[in-house]
Write a protein that binds this ligand. Sequence first.
Ligand code: TRP
Length: 371
Amino acid sequence: MSSEEFTVTPWSVEGDIDYDKLMQKFGTEKISPELEARIEKIAGEVHPMLKLGYFFSHRDLDKILTEYEKGNKFYLYTGRGPSGKIHMGHLLPWIFTKYLQEKFDVNLIFQLTDDEKFLYSDQKSMEEVSKYTQENILDIIAIGFDPKKTKILIDTKDIKRIYPIALEIAKRITFSTVKAVFGFENSTNIGMIGFPPIQAAPCFLPSIIEGRPTPVLIPAAIDQDPYWRVTRDIAEKMGYPKPAQIHSKFLPGLGMQGKMSSSIPETAIFTTDTDDVVDKKISSTFTGGQPTVDLQRKLGANFSICPVFWYLRYFFDTEKESDERSRKCKGGQLLCGECKCNLKDATKPFLSEFKKQREKAKDQVDKFMFD
Ligand code: TRP
């Protein structure tokens, strides 16, 4: 694959991603300064992840705000495929979702697609996926969502809540559509082919819970967009509002292009990693640096491909600190060792607090479940 090529599907993100091209290809819109200002007016502050462009693209976010301003509250809907442990890359969209829940004072449905992850993997047994489902729930609760306004939906357990809607959806989507949108082939197992309506169904669940058409906003990484494209096509025919989206970029893994991956453990910092492991992973990570210190001082380094830079930018640096860091990195005044130290020093206390919340979450699980 040449460096100009990239692929983004719900199951694979590879290459050096050109987000402008991706927006064009998917037909989404950039979050404009005007939209940001409208959010600021309601929320009181623009979250750094918006300001720094981590959340960068949307569909119908303007409509969601217009309805909200009229007093018509939306639901948030997001989810997780429980295929492994949770790493820091997963936390970003959830932290952002929590900010939206808090500032807009809205309900959230959080779907766990254990069925999807079972069907998708050749190796994983249902027992294994269920183990991750239970583990991942602790991480989700540890984010700090409001237990009174949040429901976690486990597909295999709560299927009765979504199956009737999923059927209505499934009847309206043809095989040729999902083949084109998701790239399914003749060799794809038929469980996968039938899965998209299950992820689409929670888009309409709020309307059913509330007993009237209720807008839904989905914060998610942009690789999930294909699901919402097919859902939007049929929503109005079914009498529901089209689900709106706010899309994030991917957080680069430590050591590769594309998103951080649980299936390559050394490229991800897990929420359960000890300080020693965090130190080791960050010490040995790939960076945007030159092969030698001399060269780096002379030529400067490439922060835009550097995971250390992006972690610091999205999690820990202020905008000012981050801009300063990028300037010095490019100019050769900053060496990779220093950025790695900064990242270690910030990550360890962050994770130690997160682990505490994760322990507390063990007693809270029931509050977040559908009955
Ligand atoms: N398919 C997603 C994944 O593999 C999980 C998911 C389900 C999701 N519903 C969602 C993600 C809604 C974002 C928004 O991770």
